[in-house]
Design a protein around this ligand. Structure first.
Ligand SMILES: [Zn+2]
Length: 297
């Protein structure tokens, strides 16, 4: 046993001793579950939204709806999926001090995790969110690929319901979601402009389903690494964005599902500079938050 292991063992024993002094009176096995939220496959999101909106599940969906969310949101007439690009569950865990709004929304009974489909990249996972299919089913390799399976937007359209897909110009939210949804924004340079355009469309058209890609987090994590101060600040801005858009949508009848397409991990180049990447099957790239809320009506 080396010195660090020895110290660690000593430390662990001390913690155990302290826990024995404090914990027994309040020990509750449920608290262990609350620490580790349940994980569902990304393929479950589209079937969940379809079931809430009472329309058929897209034909090639690869997972059943998430019962806990369906039970909580059933009866909602509108659903909004807010995807914070690259905001992995591990990144959220590191930046809790920057996300007071999201922390306040997420309680043990309305919080879980999704596992991204592979490769854990944006276009493949947003394609999954609107179809329930992994890459072999959707055929999506870039945001310009043609969908090879049924999507939620067309299911809704067949039922006479409207949808919107939103994102920054030339990002997945624009080129993939915007291309397949009934309603979208054009030529928006940043998340603020996307939000302004989305608000206009929602006020006018009242689509029953919207899905948004919030993009800045992914760009900042790539540049500086998800553990950087810059990434922490970007998570704070994403939280502030949620604090504006969530109450606004809830007051217009939308049930809310907050998630991400994938996570991201730090990488160091030869000169020691840190940046960020994703695409692997690791938990840090694949586990993302999932938080749901009823509408405000
Ligand atoms: Zn990325």
């Amino acid at each position: 046993m080396n010195r660090i292991q020895y110290q660690y063992q000593y430390y662990s024993m001390a913690v155990l001793f302290l826990q024995c002094l404090v914990v027994p009176a309040t020990f509750n096995p449920a608290s262990a579950e609350e620490q580790a939220p349940r994980t569902y496959p990304m393929q479950a999101l589209a079937p969940t939204v379809a079931t809430i909106l009472n329309v058929p599940v897209p034909k090639q969906a690869e997972a059943p709806p998430i019962e806990a969310i369906v039970n909580d949101l059933q009866g909602s007439k509108k659903v909004a999926v807010l995807g914070i690009d690259a905001f992995g569950d591990a990144i959220w865990a590191q930046t809790r001090d920057r996300t007071p709004y999201l922390n306040g929304l997420a309680q043990p009974n309305n919080r879980a995790r999704l596992r991204s489909v592979l490769p854990s990249v944006t276009c493949v996972n947003f394609a999954c969110m609107i179809t329930g299919g992994s890459q072999t089913t959707t055929g999506i390799e870039t945001f310009d690929s043609k969908l090879a399976c049924e999507d939620l937007f067309s299911v809704l359209r067949a039922q006479g319901l409207k949808s919107g897909g939103f994102g920054i110009k030339d990002w997945t939210g624009d080129r993939l979601l915007g291309r397949y949804a009934d309603l979208s924004v054009r030529d928006k340079a940043n998340d603020e402009e996307v939000l302004a355009g989305l608000m206009e469309i929602v006020e006018e058209e009242k689509p029953e389903f919207i899905i948004v890609q919030y993009g800045e987090t992914d760009a900042v994590f790539h540049r500086h690494g998800p553990s950087s101060d810059e990434a922490r600040a970007a998570c704070g801005r994403a939280d502030a964005w949620l604090a504006r858009v969530v109450p606004w949508l809830r007051s217009r009848g939308y049930a809310i599902i907050i998630t991400a397409d994938h996570g991201q991990h730090d990488v160091q180049n030869e000169s020691g500079e840190t940046s960020g990447q994703h695409g692997s099957d690791s938990d840090i790239d694949c586990l993302v938050p999932l938080v749901w809320l009823r509408s405000g009506d």
